[in-house]
Ligand binder design. Structure first.
Ligand SMILES: CC(C)(COP(=O)(O)OP(=O)(O)OC[C@H]1O[C@@H](n2cnc3c(N)ncnc32)[C@H](O)[C@@H]1OP(=O)(O)O)[C@@H](O)C(=O)NCCC(=O)NCCS
Length: 198
């Protein structure tokens, strides 16, 4: 058993309700900000078992946000305020502050459940005579606007924007932009309803 499992008491999401959990959040944040290019508000709850690595980009996480156990936040990624990325979700952004062509931007008040995957680049594969791994990547940003709920095991493709106030159903694969206040689900994700009954 890891020391964090013992101190946090088996929670998937970091919280501040006991001294052990507060220590875990403090250490999780410390571990993350030791890397240049990472800025995390002191009120964030970061699991010490999350993996936060900016590579050549920057990572910024706003006040009151949470990153859970086993989640990866890598590359060029911005997370707003009061948002959460739950256990084992993977966010991989690309680019740099000067050339943010593969930025992942998560807004404020976003809920992202476990095992979601957002990767802001695709392998090029046009030439069948050349190994795919040598053909480079095409980078496109992923944007999740404010107040979105992304349910468990959702995959969001490079280039997609999820509009403000939307809900994405469990297991969806989102290949196109989702307009604001939509409820979308399926593979590929389609709008099944609008919030507010429209
Ligand atoms: C999307 C969701 C919120 C339901 O929204 P809803 O407005 O109540 O939708 P309904 O249950 O009325 O379903 C409407 C239609 O969409 C379909 N649907 C609902 N969720 C779906 C999903 N995740 N994937 C595919 N289709 C889905 C339903 O089968 C139904 O189809 P029908 O009209 O042909 O019968 C819910 O299904 C869901 O995915 N919850 C997420 C659970 C989760 O991951 N929780 C993590 C905790 S943070």
């Amino acid at each position: 058993m890891s020391i964090w499992n013992w101190l946090e008491g088996g929670y998937t999401m970091p919280d501040q309700s006991t001294w052990g959990r507060r220590l875990a959040c403090w250490w999780g944040r410390k571990l993350a900000v030791r890397r240049p290019g990472v800025s995390i508000h002191p009120t964030c709850r970061i699991s010490p078992e999350a993996r936060i690595a900016p590579r050549s980009g920057r990572i910024s996480i706003g006040a009151g946000s949470t990153v859970g156990l086993g989640a990866f936040v890598q590359g060029h990624v911005t997370i707003g305020e009061r948002s959460s990325v739950q256990a084992y979700s993977i966010l991989v952004g690309y680019g740099t502050a000067e050339k943010p062509d593969g930025l992942i931007r998560i807004g404020n008040d976003v809920r992202m459940a476990s095992h979601c995957m957002l990767i802001a680049g695709n392998h090029n594969f046009a030439d069948p005579a050349v190994p795919i791994r040598t053909q480079g990547l095409t980078l496109q940003p992923i944007v999740v606007e404010d107040d979105v709920w992304i349910a468990g095991r959702v995959n969001i493709m490079a280039g997609v924007t999820i509009g403000r106030g939307s809900v994405i159903g469990a297991g969806s694969v989102v290949t196109k932009d989702i307009p604001p206040y939509s409820i979308a689900a399926g593979v590929p994700a389609k709008v099944i309803k609008k919030r507010g009954g429209a």
